[in-house]
Ligand binder design. Sequence first.
Ligand code: GDP
Length: 325
Amino acid sequence: MPGRRDIEVADLVETARGGPGHRGSPRAVARLISLVEDADGVAGPLLREVMAMLSPHVGSAHVIGLTGAPGVGKSTTTNALVGELRRAGKRVGVLAVDPSSPFSGGALLGDRIRMTDHAGDPGVYIRSMASRGHLGGLSWSTPQAIRVLDGVGFDVVLVETVGVGQSEVEIAGLADTTVVLLAPGMGDGIQAAKAGILEVGDVYAINKSDRDGATKVRRDLRSMLALGTRDEAAWRPPVLAISAQSRTGLDELVESLEKHRTWLAESGALGARRERRAREEIEAIAVASLRARWEQGGREGLDDLAAAVAGGTLDPYAAADALLG
Ligand code: GDP
């Protein structure tokens, strides 16, 4: 006999799930993502059950990462792209991840995102997330939130993140397809080389191509990409010109996303990428659990061991063994 909580969890997951003839409840989706965020690395029994129930349903969403420097037009592009995808009949979940902020769920990012076009559309779910929890990085909550949106039936999960520090590399590790946005008047070609974006983009879009300088950025980027060597040589990242504001080039963008998705499936790269992502998820969860255990201290707590190592009575290898033992 299933217990009471099993029934509640099953009910919550079922309410969140959308699909043919079944409209997911945004409120239930929000609750599931809050469970992920609140866990901050260490899952309680409820989250564990939720994830176990969602697991068989995960894997059909197209996970798209969208990154670029502040001001390049990520929110505007996301908003426009969601419109295009909706017209194609797709349900879209959006995660706006701020890698520099310890604040989550609140109005900060929510306000910033220009998503008013989609308010009240049950086929669109938008959530802002902070990613610098005390465990740091995108490594814990973002992949789990993606998992939730995928599992509850969104066709596309769009993860928008500011390209600062390592975040574009991290987002590329999570996404099936990574879109890198550039724009004229923002340091031009140099911004590309500096941020290491030449390695991470599956699709490049020069936004604000209604402005002067867009052609030059496009040309510079193309020649930089031509110089580079990439492992996945079979896929040549397109460099598109778009204007999110005047809504031009978006159909090409959607087409390139589709093409990349097809290429991933046909080349076998999709499976490889997803396994890589799963490995990172497992590692992040395992490390978080270990860290939580250490932080509880106790007999062989990290503090005691650190004091012993600093004091010269213990070497760090023996201390690490004691911590793991
Ligand atoms: P984000 O910081 O990358 O999310 O950028 P936003 O989407 O907030 O856009 C930054 C600024 O660029 C805003 O003032 C937008 O209105 C403007 N913007 C966005 N897309 C375009 C575009 O295609 N053309 C022009 N001229 N401006 C744009």
